[in-house]
Design a protein around this ligand. Structure first.
Ligand SMILES: Nc1ncnc2c1ncn2[C@@H]1O[C@H](COP(=O)(O)OP(=O)(O)OP(=O)(O)O)[C@@H](O)[C@H]1O
Ligand SMILES: [Mg+2]
Length: 238
């Protein structure tokens, strides 16, 4: 069994009496250490799929196996434990706490995952992570005192603080100019090759997707092979 395995996954949102089918029979595998781009048009289901893979949400049906465990059967508390210990997230809007130093932003997740850690140790870990993303000289800056690319690097350091094996980035360069985007994408490549972190980049931008080593395309909630046309029978593969 692969590290990540999705089997015939469906997700339907319910709005009153109306069913909104979003994922329609997704089957795929991801091996440890991959750098994958998940591409698709707006509304195709990328974030919905990421939320399930990231243990934030569960599918309506189908199976999600992560490290030999079927995640969709777990309680929300069990999923939160896995999420906090094994998974990091980076978002388009950085989602940093305002009026809070880069260092405190990065250390923040430790306060609910590693309560036994001393304040000094926590600070040390956060410093290490900020150095890893090249921000050792900006630790005391607040988000408003940092450039967009620097804010995203703080967010990456925060996502890494619990040493996750799996990192999701949903349109991580959507708010950055092309030069800064390139720097941030190189950072992901470095974390992938040097630290072996499995990274799934969610994007609709082909330039961003080119930085990955594998491309998964989603069209109307179905995985498609090849460039444009959806394959009607691509759901439900073993
Ligand atoms: N909580 C929800 N309730 C109902 N419908 C939803 C919900 N979340 C998403 N949808 C619908 O599911 C579809 C897929 O949304 P999703 O956010 O996964 O798309 P996406 O591929 O990430 O798009 P984008 O590139 O714009 O971020 C959309 O049609 C959206 O309206
Ligand atoms: Mg999205």
């Amino acid at each position: 069994m692969e590290w990540i395995e999705l089997r015939n996954l469906f997700k339907t949102y319910h709005m009153g009496d109306i069913d909104v089918p979003v994922l329609r029979g997704i089957s795929l595998t991801v091996a440890r250490g991959e750098l994958v781009a998940l591409m698709g048009a707006s509304g195709s289901g990328k974030s919905t799929l990421m939320n399930i893979l990231g243990c934030l949400d569960r599918p309506s049906s189908g199976e999600y196996w992560l490290e030999g465990r079927e995640i969709s059967r777990l309680s929300s508390d069990q999923r939160a434990l896995i999420r906090n210990r094994q998974i990091g997230f980076v978002f388009q809007n950085f989602n940093l706490l305002p009026r809070t130093s880069a260092l405190d932003n990065v250390a923040m997740p430790l306060t609910y995952t590693d309560k036994s850690l001393s304040e000094r140790k926590a600070r040390q870990r956060a410093e290490e992570m900020l150095a890893r993303v090249g921000l050792q000289d900006r630790m005391d800056h607040e988000p408003s005192q940092l450039s967009g690319g620097q804010q995203q690097r703080v967010a990456i350091a925060r996502a890494l603080i619990n040493r996750p094996g799996l990192l999701f980035a949903d349109e991580p360069t959507g708010n950055l100019d092309s030069k800064t985007s390139e720097d941030v994408l190189k950072m992901f490549q470095k974390l992938n090759t040097e630290d072996g972190i499995t990274i799934i980049l969610v994007t609709h931008d082909p330039t961003v997707a080119q930085h990955a080593r594998r491309l998964i395309r989603i069209h109307d909630g179905v995985i498609v092979d090849g460039p444009a046309e959806p394959a009607p029978d691509s759901g439900g593969r073993p």
